[in-house]
Structure formats: C-alpha cells, structure tokens
Ligand binder design. Structure first.
Ligand code: TTP
Ligand code: MG
Ligand code: MG
Length: 458
C-alpha cells in the first residue's frame, strides 16, 4: 500500500442518462431511463430522478416501466457517449500520463505522475475538486464523482461513497476503519456465489473477513482466491495504475482432418466459432472491440486478419459478421484468394481489447427476439436497421424545423421534440413516419477519420 493518497478514481454520474439530459433540455431534472426499449429490453442506466423510484441498471425495462411509468424511456446514442467519454479521457490524460480507463465512464489516474507540489490530503483534495469542475466544463455539464486513496481498491470504493457529484479522499491510515463495516461484497472478487459461501460461514462484512484470517479464507475459497481476499480485506493493495492494459482475448479455433475448400462450409464454421466466442465472452462478463480471424492454409502458412468495431460486443451475430467480412477480404486477395481455395486446415475466431464490463448492446432487443444466433444469413448492422425505425431518443433533423429527437413513434406517426444541447426546451410536433422532410441525424465529424482517406485536414 502506498503511503500517500496518490490514486484517483473518477466515474461519471448516471453516464448515459446524463448525456441524454444534457442533449435534451426538456428532460433535465426528470426521470430518464436508457436501455433496450422493446419487450425484452434491459435498463442500461437511469437518471438519479428515476433511481428514486427504484429503477436500476440491468433491471428489465418492463419492471422499470412499472416502477416509474412517467420516465422518458430512450434507446441509446453511442456516438454521443463515445464523444463524451473521449473528452473526459482526453482531459485526464492532460493531467497525468498514467490513466487507466476501466470503461467508457471511468478511469484510474496516478497522481504521482501529475506534477503536484506534494501529495498531502489538502493538495490532492483541491486537485480533485478542480478536476471535477474541469470535467463539468469540458463536457458541457456532466458531473463526475471522484475518490482518492492509497490504492485502487480504496479509490474506487471512495468514488462511489458520495455519488452523485461527490468527492471522497481517504486519508492514509484510515483505510481499514472505512472498510470494516462495509459488506464483504464491496471487495472485488466477492460475487454472489462467493458471498453465499462466506455467508454460510458467518462472514458478511469486511470486518468478518479480517477476523476470519488467512487460513480460514483459504479453506473456504482456495489458495489464490482466499489469499487475495485476505489481503484486500486488510486494504493491502499495491496494484499499479497501468496506462495500456494488456489486451486480453477470447478465441476459438479448430483444425480439420481434410483441407476445407468449400467457402460456404468455411463461413459456416467461422459463424459457429463466433457464436462460441460470444458465449464465452458473456459467461465471463466481457466484451471486446477487435475481431480477428486466423487461417492456416494447406502449406501451413498461417495468417490473421483483424477489424475494430465502433463499440465493444459480446454478440454472436456481430462477431460472425465481422469474421465473414475478414474472410471475404482474404478470398478477394490476389495472393490469399487462391490459397483459401486450395484448402484451409485451421480456422479461428477471436475477440480482444476486452472491456471488464459488458456494454449493453442497446439495440439488441429485436435481434434477441429471433433465433438469429443460429441463422446462416447474418443480420444487417443493428444501427442501420434501426435508423429507419425511429427509435425513441434518436437524433433527427427536419428540413424546415431543424434538429430534434424522437419522442415516440407508432401507428404511422413519429413525434419529434425540437431541441438540442444548445437550445432551451423545445416544441413537440408529429409527422407521418415516412415524411421525406425528416431524417436521422448523425454527427458531422467522422468518428474514425482514418477510414476515410479524403477527410484529412483541409
Ligand atoms: P456505471 O458507471 O456503472 O453507471 P452510471 O454512470 O450510469 O451511474 P453511476 O452514477 O452509478 O456511476 O456505468 C456507466 C454506463 O455504462 C452507464 O451509464 C450505462 C452503461 N452500463 C450498461 O450499459 N449496463 C450496465 O449494466 C451498467 C452497470 C452500465
Ligand atoms: Mg458512472
Ligand atoms: Mg462506471
């Protein structure tokens, strides 16, 4: 454990919902729920106004609607969340070269590298307040909660203690005092199964963990897990803040007795492997952005091809679609095409660049309703499919009335509220849902300019 409070953890408040409230002035101060809005949708997050009514992440949208019927239920806008995340991470990297993002809305920052005059509690407190103010300013109004402590464990716990819009600095030497009364589940690695096993042994709080001691924890949970918990329950945590986390990956591959040359068969096998990879990702609560295929030819040369998605996925059809596109590139290649046709003896699919949380695929509702995971015909990208469908919350632009967002749609009518981040709360108007004056709006700046060779600096 460090002797000074030099680890900062920042987490944005009600992130997706806060971005929606920022961009939709009429929803500020109101209950907002972001998630899958269809019959089997799940809540990604809720504004604090909706949480008062008991709405929580991962709850079914159906349940959320019954608890808070007057909330605005919005499907997400990932372009806006990625943009806001980029602004915040950029700001953090300005204050320290050592920033470790954990998800779109949270990161550790190593303050030893931040060039502060010292790391006394008063100094880091002022620094953290200033950082929160700068995040608010740079994002046009999002709030962040921050924890500062001697370790990652305590900094992350601290950032959650005074949410939303809070700051907690844990003075060095007070860590165990803070942890003792907390539930054992506050310690990472104490999931529901471990918690139940501990509970049966009479262990429910961190103080109980501490009293149990190393031998008892090892007996209950095994050497690695028990040993780890023993240390963490005593606030002993030396894990460094690392800027580039090792890209973990999940992959599946198969070798074949006879060389495969039937393209349809190869595609089918890739799709099946993609499904297995996705199942493993979901089982581990992981998702990743980079999809890779690996192919070994009849002459044993092996090559791999990768592609990077706009957002992390753990969805079989999405992985399969990317894998198939990569295979198509190989087939089209002047050198690789003939090799594929001459026969393939190993195939593999992997996903890497894993997030340690599952980013809800907010558009997955419709896909999960069908049996598309097994379907040979892969679906269109969800985003494109839904663009015509006027999903609630999506950005639109009207030829005369300008920009707004879809308030609701159905029975051939789409209702739009005309307002943006920069305007006051705006008026609501309805249109036939095939009105040619109304179209989906996407941000003007390409998010990955590298993909478009023509969009260099003018
Ligand atoms: P969190 O930081 O866990 O939650 P939050 O920012 O919405 O609220 P809090 O104030 O408690 O920090 O997650 C960040 C975003 O990640 C969240 O806004 C939506 C998304 N998310 C999901 O899509 N599914 C989930 O199950 C969770 C927990 C989050
Ligand atoms: Mg958050
Ligand atoms: Mg978070």
């Amino acid at each position: 454990m460090r002797s000074q409070a030099s680890v900062l953890h920042l987490d944005l408040d009600a992130f997706f919902a806060a971005v929606e409230q920022r961009d939709k002035p009429s929803l500020r101060g109101k209950p907002v729920v972001v998630g899958g809005v269809g019959g089997r949708g799940v809540v990604a997050t809720a504004s604090y106004e909706a949480r008062v009514h008991g709405v929580r992440s991962a709850m079914s949208t159906r349940e959320a609607r019954s608890r808070c019927p007057h909330a605005a239920f919005l499907s997400g806008r990932f372009h806006a969340y990625r943009e806001a995340s980029g602004v915040v991470m950029g700001l953090l990297r300005e204050v320290s070269p050592l920033v470790e993002p954990l998800s779109l809305d949270e990161a550790f920052v190593d303050l030893e590298q931040a060039g502060l005059p010292d790391l006394e509690v008063a100094t880091v407190t002022d620094f953290a307040q200033d950082l929160r103010r700068r995040v608010h300013e740079a994002t046009d109004g999002l709030t962040a909660s921050v924890g500062v402590a001697t370790s990652k464990l305590l900094a992350k716990i601290a950032s959650d203690l005074d949410k939303p819009d809070g700051l907690v600095v844990v003075a060095p030497g007070t860590e165990q005092e803070l942890l003792r009364p907390m539930r054992a589940t506050i310690i990472p690695g104490v999931g529901p199964a471990t918690a139940e096993r501990l509970r049966r042994a009479g262990i429910t709080t961190v103080a109980d963990l501490e009293e149990a001691g190393l031998d008892e924890l090892v007996r209950l949970l095994g050497r690695a897990h028990g040993g780890g918990l023993h240390l963490l329950s005593r606030a002993r945590d030396d894990r460094p803040v690392v800027a580039e986390r090792e890209a973990k990956s999940v992959s599946v591959e198969g070798t074949y007795d006879t060389d495969l040359s039937d393209l349809r068969l190869i595609e089918g096998l890739l799709a099946r492997q993609a499904g297995e990879v996705a199942t493993r990702l979901r089982a581990a609560g992981l998702s990743g952005r980079t999809v890779t295929i690996k192919v070994r030819f009849h002459d044993f040369t092996t090559l791999s091809r990768s592609t990077t998605l706009a957002s992390p996925t753990d969805h079989g059809p999405t992985v399969a679609r990317s894998a198939r596109a990569l295979l198509a590139e190989l087939v089209a290649g002047p050198d690789t095409g003939p090799q594929v046709r001459a026969g393939v003896r190993l195939l593999g699919v992997g996903v890497s660049g894993l997030a340690d949380w599952v980013q809800e695929d907010l558009f997955a509702d419709a896909e999960d309703d069908g049996a598309e995971e097994e379907d040979e015909e892969l679906p269109e990208p969800p985003r494109a499919r839904h663009l015509g469908a006027w999903a609630p919350g999506m950005d639109v632009v009207h030829a005369e009335l300008g920009r707004g967002w879809v308030w609701g749609a159905g029975r051939g009518v789409v209702t739009v509220r005309f307002e943006t981040r920069e305007t006051p709360a705006g008026p609501v108007r309805s249109f036939p849902d095939d009105d040619p004056a109304l179209r989906a709006w996407t941000p003007p700046v390409p998010e990955e300019p590298a993909q478009d060779p023509l969009s260099g600096p003018a």
